[in-house]
Ligand binder design. Sequence first.
Ligand SMILES: [Zn+2]
Length: 204
Amino acid sequence: MSSHFPGDTRLDYKHTLKKDKKKQKSFPVVKIIYGTAILIFCIVSVFAGARYWWREHRFRYIVVHHTASDYGDLKYYREVHQKERGWSDIAYHFLINNGTANTSMGQIEESDLWKTRSRNFSTKVDYINYFGIAVVLVGNFENHKVPPVQRESLINLLVRLAKTYDIPPDRIIGHRELQQTACPGKHLNMSEIRESVKKSLGEK
Ligand SMILES: [Zn+2]
């Protein structure tokens, strides 16, 4: 019967009310913290995803070069470009070997610039370096013809890149079509290269 005294009831009531007030106060704070954390996570994820998508899908051109020298592999030209030009890597994304410097004819090497989808340093046109994929063949095609195996390797690479990044063959350009230079040499006929890529894309 003692629990039915009015005083006791009031005490119990006040105590419960305090507890409830505490609960009501702390609940929104926790909710806000969780909500903010989830929101930040979502925003960061969306930005990271968009950044990754853009990094992977921004390519609109492929630019073809020659090294103007008949010797070397990716490591060799990377060292030359780092020491002589002060660049972080070789100027190009892909290099097609000619069998010198312990490589095999037509072998394709990928630079770190490609692995990180970074801009290249291959032309003086900044947006082309950003929106373009730079491919170089070892050799001087101002002096001699392109070896057939190396040419075939170039076509295969161009077809693969054109397909993957949805780049029309007309956007496969020689360095000399962009600025005053002999690169990639008079023996590397870019119109023929574009025609070969068109054929391969049409056949498949
Ligand atoms: Zn060039």
